[in-house]
Design a protein around this ligand. Structure first.
Ligand code: ADP
Length: 658
C-alpha cells in the first residue's frame, strides 16, 4: 500500500515537473521578450523623436532663412520700413540692429531721430534758441523771446523751423497772443511724425498737448492722434505713454457720443495692445545679451551655417543677418509659436508634425535637440505624441501577455487531459491485474478440490460409500462453481466486445427461480444457510432471456451467500409492483456503505475492506446483473447499510410478456 502511494506521488511529481518546468520556462521567456520589446519600444520612440526633431529643425531652418531673406530684401529696398512693425511675414516680431554686440530697438536706431538730434544741436541754432529761452524765463520777456524764436524759425532745416515755432507759439501765448499761438500749434499739428525732437517724440504731439490744454480744436487734435497710431511705426516707450495719455484726454474732450471720441477710444485700445507687444520687445535686448555667446560659439562651430537662438522664455527665435554696410547686423526675432503653427499648416508635412510643440531653451525631460543650427534649443513634444509609440507598445504587450496566458492555459488543459487519461489507464491496468489474480485464485480453488477428491477416489476406489458420495458431490459442486465463473468471464468478454446477445422469450419467473435455487441447494446446505423463497401468485409471464436471468439470479444469490457474515438466512421474493415484476434477494449480512452503492455495479469493482479481501471474487457479478437489467429495459437497485444486510431488487417490465 505504502509503496504504491509513494509511487503515485512520484509519478504526480514527475508529471508536475514535466508540465510546470516548460510553463515556467515559457513565462520566463515571455517576460524576457516583453522586457526586450519594451526596451526596443523605448529606443524606437527615442529614435523617432530624434528623427522628428531633426526633421522639424530642417523645416524650421528653411522657413527662418526664407523669412530672413525676404525681410532683408525689403529692408535693403526701403530702409525706413525698419521703423515700422508691418513686416512682410506675420511671424516676424522684430527686426533690430546689432551694433557693437548690443541690440538696438527700432526707435533707437531710427535715422530720422539721429538727423533731428544733430539738426537741433547745431550750434548757431542752439544759441538762438538759448537766447530766446533766456528772454522767456530769465528776463520774463515773452515778446522779446517771441521775436528771437521767430528769427530762429527762419532756419532752412524743417525740424529747426518746427522746433522754433513750437517755442514761438509758447512765447506768443505768454505774451497774450493766444489766437496766434493756437494757429501756430494747429500748423504744427499737421507735421509728419518723422519731425521729432532729440528724444524721438514727434513735435506734432507737443502741439496736440498745447491745443488740448487750451481746449482748442478737440476733433482736429483727436484726428491727428489717431493717425499717429495708425502709422504702425515703432513707438518708443516714452512716446507710447505720451500718446496714450493724450488719447485719453482727447476721448474725454471730444464728448462721449462724437465720432472723434469713438475713434480716439479705438486708437486707445490699439495703444494698449501695442504696450503688451512692447513688453516682449523691451525684454529682448537683455535676452540677447545673455544668449549672445551661443550665437558666437555656434557661429564658430557652424562656420558659415546660419544659427538661431531662443529667448529665455523659449517662445521666440533670434538670428542675425549679414552685416549691413556702415550700420551693423540686423537681428531677426521670429515668434516661435507662429512659426510652428505655420509649419504645421504646410501641406505634406502635417502627417509627421505633431499637433502641439513647444520650444525650450536648456535641457528638458523629453526635449529633442534641433541640430547645430539651433544651439541650446530643444523641441518638446506634447504628451500625446510621446504616448503614441508607447500606446502601440502597450497594445503589443497586452497581446503578448494574452498569447502567453492562452498558451499556458492550453498547455495546462492538455496536461490535465493527459493526466486524466494516464490515471485512468493506470487504474484500469491495476484493476486488470487484480482481476487476473482473483480469477486465477477463483479457478485454482475449485480445481485443487476437484483434483484432490478425484485422486482420492482413484487411490481408494472401494472406500466408504458415504465418503465416496461426498467426494463426488464436492467434485460436482466445484465444477459447477467453475463453470459459473467461466460463464461470467465469457459473458463479460462478450459484453466488452459488443457481442453479447440476449434472446428474450416469454417465461415463467417462478419456474426460473425454482430452477436456480435448486442448483444452489447443495452449497447452501454446506454453508448452513436457509433460503426463504416467496413468490406472489398470478404473475404473468415475462419476456426474458432465460439463461441470462438464471445467471443474474445466481450472481445475486451467491453474493448474498458470500457476504452473509454471521447471518444464516437469505430471502428471495418475487412480487408485482405496478408494471414491474420485481425479484428481491435479501440478506442480513455485512451490508454496503451508501457511498459505494453506485460503484459496485461498475466492472471489476470490489468494495475495499479486509473482510472482502479474504473472500474470493472478480468484481464482475453485479456489472453483469446491471447489464442484463438494462438489456431488458429494467434496472437493478440496492438498499443496504453496513452491518444490516442488503436487498438487491431486479426490476423487469411486465409489458415484455405481450
Ligand atoms: P464480487 O465478485 O466481488 O462479488 P460483484 O460485482 O458481485 O463482485 O460485487 C461487487 C462488490 O459488491 C463486492 O465486492 C461486494 O463488496 C459488494 N457486494 C455485492 N453483493 C453484496 C451483498 N449481498 N452484501 C454485501 N456486499 C455485497
Amino acid at each position: 500500500m505504502a509503496t504504491s502511494s509513494s509511487g503515485h506521488r512520484k509519478q504526480i511529481l514527475l508529471f508536475l515537473a514535466a508540465v510546470l518546468v516548460p510553463c515556467l520556462a515559457l513565462v520566463i521567456f515571455g517576460l524576457q521578450v516583453v522586457r526586450q520589446e519594451r526596451e526596443l519600444a523605448g529606443k524606437r520612440a527615442a529614435e523617432e523623436r530624434l528623427r522628428r526633431g531633426q526633421e522639424i529643425g530642417q523645416h524650421l531652418l528653411v522657413r527662418l532663412e526664407r523669412i530672413k531673406l525676404e525681410e532683408t530684401q525689403q529692408a535693403a529696398a526701403r530702409p525706413e520700413k525698419l521703423a515700422g512693425f508691418a513686416y512682410r511675414n506675420s511671424e516676424t516680431i522684430l527686426i533690430g540692429l546689432v551694433v557693437d554686440g548690443r541690440l538696438l530697438l527700432p526707435w533707437e536706431f531710427s535715422t530720422s531721430v539721429q538727423e533731428s538730434r544733430s539738426a537741433l544741436e547745431q550750434s548757431a541754432f542752439r544759441r538762438k534758441i538759448q537766447d530766446g529761452e533766456q528772454a522767456e524765463f530769465a528776463f520774463r520777456d515773452p515778446a522779446r523771446a517771441a521775436s528771437l524764436f521767430r528769427e530762429a524759425a527762419a532756419a532752412p532745416v524743417g525740424v529747426q523751423n518746427a522746433y522754433a515755432r513750437l517755442l514761438l507759439a509758447r512765447a506768443l501765448a505768454k505774451s497774450g497772443k493766444k489766437a496766434d499761438a493756437i494757429s501756430h500749434y494747429r500748423e504744427l499739428l499737421r507735421l509728419t511724425s518723422s519731425v521729432t525732437d532729440e528724444l524721438g517724440i514727434p513735435l506734432s504731439l507737443y502741439a496736440a498737448e498745447r491745443l488740448q490744454s487750451y481746449e482748442a480744436n478737440p476733433a482736429e487734435v483727436a484726428e491727428r492722434l489717431c493717425s499717429a497710431v495708425n502709422e504702425r511705426r515703432w513707438l518708443s516707450p516714452l512716446e507710447t505713454s505720451m500718446l496714450g495719455s493724450l488719447l485719453e484726454k482727447a476721448a474725454a474732450a471730444a464728448g462721449p457720443a462724437s465720432r472723434a471720441a469713438e475713434r480716439a477710444r479705438a486708437s486707445l485700445g490699439e495703444i494698449r495692445f501695442y504696450k503688451q507687444k512692447l513688453e516682449t520687445v523691451l525684454g529682448l535686448p537683455r535676452d540677447f545679451e545673455k544668449q549672445r555667446h551661443l550665437l558666437d560659439e555656434a557661429g564658430q562651430v557652424a562656420g558659415s551655417e546660419p544659427v538661431w537662438i531662443v529667448d529665455s522664455e523659449g517662445s521666440n527665435l533670434m538670428g542675425t543677418g549679414d552685416p549691413l554696410a556702415g550700420t551693423g547686423r540686423l537681428l531677426f526675432v521670429i515668434g516661435g509659436l507662429d512659426l510652428l503653427s505655420s509649419l504645421h499648416r504646410d501641406r505634406g508635412f502635417s502627417t509627421t508634425f505633431p499637433e502641439e510643440l513647444r520650444l525650450a531653451a536648456g535641457a528638458g525631460p523629453h526635449g529633442e535637440s534641433l541640430g547645430p543650427n539651433f544651439p541650446g534649443l530643444k523641441i518638446v513634444f506634447p504628451a500625446a505624441a510621446e504616448d503614441d509609440p508607447l500606446g502601440a507598445w502597450s497594445f503589443r504587450r497586452s497581446f503578448y501577455l494574452l498569447a502567453m496566458a492562452l498558451v499556458i492555459a492550453l498547455t495546462l488543459f492538455g496536461a490535465y487531459l493527459l493526466w486524466r487519461d494516464v490515471r485512468r489507464d493506470l487504474k484500469l491496468a491495476e484493476i486488470r491485474s487484480q482481476f487476473v489474480s482473483s480469477v486465477s485464485h477463483e479457478l485454482k480453488t475449485p480445481l485443487t478440490s476437484i483434483r484432490m477428491f478425484a485422486e482420492t477416489l482413484r487411490l481408494r476406489p472401494a472406500g466408504d460409500p458415504t465418503a465416496r458420495q461426498e467426494y463426488l458431490d464436492t467434485i460436482i459442486k466445484e465444477s459447477e462453481r467453475l463453470s459459473r465463473l467461466l460463464n461470467n468471464v465469457l459473458d463479460f468478454s462478450k459484453i466488452e466486445q459488443g457481442k453479447k446477445v440476449y434472446r428474450p422469450a416469454p417465461a415463467s419467473l417462478p419456474e426460473i427461480i425454482q430452477e436456480t435455487t435448486r442448483a444452489l441447494e447443495y452449497p447452501l446446505k454446506q454453508l448452513g444457510l436457509a433460503l426463504n423463497v416467496e413468490c406472489e401468485e398470478g404473475l404473468p409471464e415475462v419476456r426474458v432471456d432465460r439463461d441470462g436471468l438464471e445467471q443474474a439470479l445466481m450472481n445475486l444469490l451467491t453474493n448474498a451467500m458470500k457476504y452473509s457474515g454471521d447471518s444464516r438466512e437469505i430471502g428471495l421474493r418475487l412480487l408485482k409492483q405496478g408494471t414491474w415484476a420485481v425479484i428481491k434477494v435479501i440478506d442480513r449480512g455485512v451490508g454496503i456503505d451508501p457511498a459505494e452503492h453506485r460503484r459496485i455495479f461498475g466492472k471489476f469493482y470490489r468494495v475495499a475492506s479486509p473482510e472482502n479481501d479474504r473472500l474470493p471474487g472478480t468484481g464482475l457479478g453485479l456489472s453483469l446483473v446491471s447489464h442484463f437489467a438494462k438489456a431488458h429495459q429494467g434496472r437493478v437497485e440496492v438498499e443496504s447499510s453496513p452491518g444490516r444486510g442488503s436487498t438487491f431488487s431486479l426490476y423487469l417490465p411486465l409489458e415484455q410478456a405481450s
